[in-house]
Structures are given as C-alpha cells and as structure tokens.
Design a protein around this ligand. Structure first.
Ligand code: B1M
Length: 263
C-alpha cells in the first residue's frame, strides 16, 4: 500500500503501524510478547542484519517456532519493504540491505527448522532452482529447508537457472520432482520454459513439475501445464507429498487451490 508510511529523510525510520503491538496469535505457548515480532520486522525494514540475527536467536531461546518467527515477523518486514520499493518510497540499496537482514535471520532459523524435521527420510528427490534471469532466492531457500527437513532430498541449483540445467540435473539424479521458483512477472516465463524442456526431453509425466513465487497463481500453473503450485513453503511440502503419493498411483484432477496437485 503506497503512501501508508512516512519516511523522514531516510526510509529507515520506524513505520507507523509498529507503534502499537502486532495482534497475531502466538502458537509457541504464548510466552513471547508481540513486540518481539514487531522488532523482527523492524530489523528487516531497517536493513540491520546483526539485529535480525540477534532477534532470531532470542526467538529460538524463547521457544518460538522458527517458521512462525519467519511468517509473523521477518517476512512481514520484507513484504513491507517490497511494497515501499514498489511505491518508489524505498530504493534498491535499501531493499538489498533488507534482503541481507532477512538472510541473516534465516541463517539462524534454518538449522533449527532442519533439526525439527522429524519425519522419515527418503520421501523423494527434488531439483529446485529459481528461473532463468531471476536472482530472488529467499523464498526458494525456505522451501528447500522445509522440504529437506521433512525428508526430501533437495538438489538446489541456486538462482537464474536455465531450463537445460534443470533437465540435466533431473536426469543426473533421477529426480521425482522439479521445482521452479520465480518472483518477477518477467521470469515466470522461465517456469514455462522449464516445463517445455522437461516435456521435450521425455521426462514427464514421470517427473512432476511444481512452481511457486509471489506472483504465481493456480491459473498460471494450469496454463503452463505444471503439476502443481503452492503459495508458501508449508503448502509446497503438502504439494510435494501429494505428488509423491501419486507417482505410482492414478493421478486425478483435483481443484486448483493452494498446495494442490493438478493433473
Ligand atoms: Co525484488 N522484486 N527485485 N529483490 N523483491 C520483488 C519480487 C517485487 C515484487 C518488489 C516490488 O516492486 N514491489 C518486484 C517484482 C515486480 C514484478 O515483477 N511484478 C521486484 C523487482 C522489480 C526487483 C528488481 C528488478 C529491482 C531492480 O533491480 N530494479 C531486481 C530483480 C533482479 C533479478 O532477479 N534479476 C530485484 C532485486 C531484489 C533484491 C536483490 C534486492 C532482493 C532479493 C534478495 C534475494 O532473494 N537474495 C529483492 C527482494 C527481497 C524482493 C521482495 C521485497 C521480497 C522477496 C522475498 O524474499 N520475500 C519482493 C516483494 C515481494 O515479494 N513482496 C521483490 C520473502 C519470501 C519468504 O517470500 O519469495 O514470496 P517469497 O517465497 C514464498 C512463496 O512465494 C513460496 O514460498 C516461499 C516461502 O513461503 N515460493 C514457492 C517461492 N518459491 C517457491 C517455489 C515453489 C513453491 C513455493 O515450488 C517450486
């Protein structure tokens, strides 16, 4: 939402809605005060990696679920930063600093997410990457962590991955699923290109193709023939589990809600 925040000189000032406490449920036993989440998102807006890492550590020490710390704290900050950038109220160096702070927090939280992953190993092999021309990897990394913590073997190709690289890796590791993240409307075309390349190389339907990213919709997923899409990392896990259960079974067309396999 543009014009919602007043930045005096530097955009690093406090954002107005943070003066009150954040009204969100805390599922981690209710022992953590709302201001902790407020401080988390403010550290991202401030582009302060040390502060973000410190707050992440505090959250873990207080028993907050690491994913909740991301969803209710840090991710709110990066989303706000993105909105301000979109409105021209924040500039690229500021956004970069916010991204660095987000990464610093995730560096602390991700090992804990992996540790908490108690589900059985060997669920399936997933080749993951961000579409060609796209360097956004925060969300993709989160998806990788959650899937990995839940027993999937992840082959993360990183950012700006070409369709050929996806295909080569899928063949090399005999992947069950290929996942393509894209954050830019322009790079969403790269998701389509990966699916076409998988088809051209005869890898589908055995290898399933899933997509995700802020602008990705079920409509887009259906249009490009993806096997599914998800809005967030938890839904991505459900989606991957659904698809794995259908690898040897009959695939039925379900609805096109979040985290739902298409067929
Ligand atoms: Co960029 N950026 N950015 N950026 N950036 C967006 C995407 C933008 C919406 C901001 C805006 O204008 N409001 C806008 C895109 C507009 C559009 O295309 N319509 C934008 C732009 C324009 C750009 C540049 C072009 C800016 C410029 O250079 N002028 C440039 C692009 C460079 C490039 O890629 N070629 C650029 C650069 C950057 C930074 C480097 C500064 C930094 C990225 C740092 C990094 O990732 N290493 C950055 C950031 C941080 C953002 C925003 C603010 C936040 C993205 C993020 O990390 N979100 C973003 C605005 C926004 O999305 N609100 C924006 C947090 C993350 C946890 O969520 O990534 O959505 P997300 O991932 C979620 C789900 O989407 C889903 O699960 C994840 C976890 O829950 N998901 C999947 C993601 N991938 C999935 C894959 C799956 C399944 C689910 O299966 C395979």
């Amino acid at each position: 939402m543009c014009g919602g925040a007043q930045f005096s000189g530097s955009r690093r000032s406090k954002i107005p809605f943070l003066t009150g406490s954040i009204q969100k449920p805390i599922s981690a036993g209710g022992s953590v005060s709302d201001p902790l989440f407020g401080a988390m998102l403010q550290s991202i807006i401030d582009g302060a990696p040390d502060k973000a890492a410190e707050l992440a550590q505090q959250a873990l020490a207080k028993g907050v679920d690491p994913l909740e710390a991301v969803n209710l704290g840090f991710a709110v900050g990066i989303t706000f930063a993105g909105e301000q950038f979109g409105c021209g109220e924040m500039f690229l160096p500021d956004l970069l600093a916010s991204a660095e702070a987000m990464k610093a927090a995730l560096k602390i939280l991700e090992p804990e997410m992996l540790k908490r992953g108690s589900e059985r190993k060997g669920r399936g092999k997933i080749v993951l990457g961000t579409a060609r021309g796209d360097i956004h990897d925060i969300g993709k990394n989160l998806v990788a962590t959650i899937l990995s913590a839940s027993g999937f073997q992840i082959f993360d190709l990183g950012t700006s991955v070409t369709p050929e690289q996806f295909v080569a890796k899928a063949k090399e590791v005999d992947a069950d699923i290929v996942g393509v993240s894209a954050l830019l409307t322009t790079t969403m075309a790269g998701q389509k290109a990966v699916i076409e390349a998988l088809d051209r190389n005869g890898l589908r339907p055995r290898v399933k193709a899933i997509i995700g990213g802020a602008a990705v919709t079920s409509k887009w997923a259906a249009e490009i023939g993806a096997d599914g899409y998800s809005r967030n990392a938890i839904d991505a896990l459900e989606l991957a589990k659904n698809l794995m259960s259908k690898v040897v079974g009959k695939v039925t067309r379900k609805d096109m809600n979040k985290g739902t396999a298409l067929a």
